[in-house]
Ligand binder design. Structure first.
Ligand code: G3P
Ligand code: MG
Length: 247
């Protein structure tokens, strides 16, 4: 497989910065990532925001469910101190803020809809309308563990790339993915077995395992021509990839 592996920074450069903040995304850009992965939830007033958990408990100085906060309430929270006092100014970005920033660079965007626990009715259209408004459709991949939501995304806009997220060792998942209109496979690293990587390659379907943090896994997947990896450590992954090119 003679493919240059694309490096996606998981939640931004989450190994070195507070996850899902503009600081983490900017860091990913600076160290040569090809793309960023980020998680989207909806506030009480239907504003898409970039945060992994359904609650603010783990990554801010407050408590409660995203669905119960208005955006004006959410934007005052400190989303960086939990990681380091150096980032006490960091806030929870809105999707608009992220897309606006992405308009000035050429990063690929892997937008994960976090609608498995809270369904957020109407989320798909709200998100797709914003991506269209910013003309970023051609470099955006929508993924989700909620595959009903991916079907809805595909129904609204069959031209945007969708990727199934999965944790289990599915047999020939490209058949299933194709059946719901998805064109790529975002699998948990332990199930990215050779049969899956080779079969997807033969089918022409991109595989982008997560979360690929150990050097030996990064090295093996890049050397094997895996189309993409999702990692907390984009700088390290870029260096490993550059070393392999020189070899
Ligand atoms: O999109 C890949 C990965 O982010 C999925 O898991 O929990 O880190 O959002 P999680
Ligand atoms: Mg994610």
């Amino acid at each position: 497989m003679n493919v240059k592996t694309q490096i996606f920074a998981h939640r931004g450069s989450a190994g070195t910065h507070p996850e899902n903040t503009m600081e983490a995304f900017e860091a990913a850009l600076q160290v040569g990532a090809d793309g960023i992965e980020f998680d989207v939830q909806l506030t009480k007033d239907q504003i898409p925001v970039v945060i992994h958990d359904e609650t603010v408990d783990r990554t801010t100085n407050s408590e409660g469910w995203i669905k119960d906060f208005t955006y004006d309430e959410l934007k005052t929270l400190d989303a960086g101190s939990w990681y380091s006092s150096e980032f006490k100014q960091s806030t929870i970005p809105t999707l608009v803020e992220l897309l606006d920033w992405a308009s000035d660079n050429s990063l690929l965007l892997n937008l994960e809809l976090k609608n498995g626990v809270v369904r957020y009715p109407g989320m798909e259209k709200i998100v797709l309308d914003l991506i269209s408004k910013y003309k970023l459709k051609d470099r955006t991949i929508i993924s989700s563990f909620n595959h009903y939501s991916l079907v809805e995304v595909h129904r609204i806009d069959p031209t945007i790339e969708t990727a199934i997220l999965f944790m289990e060792g599915l047999y020939e998942p490209w058949n299933y993915a194709e059946s719901i209109g998805a064109s790529s496979l975002h699998c948990f690293l332990p199930v990215a077995v050779p049969e899956l990587l080779v079969g997807a390659y033969e089918k022409g379907m991109a595989v982008r395992p997560f979360t690929v943090n150990e050097d030996k896994h990064i090295y093996t997947l890049i050397k094997g021509g895996c189309p993409g990896i999702i990692t907390d450590w984009p700088e390290k992954a870029s260096i490993i990839r550059d070393t392999l090119v020189i070899e």
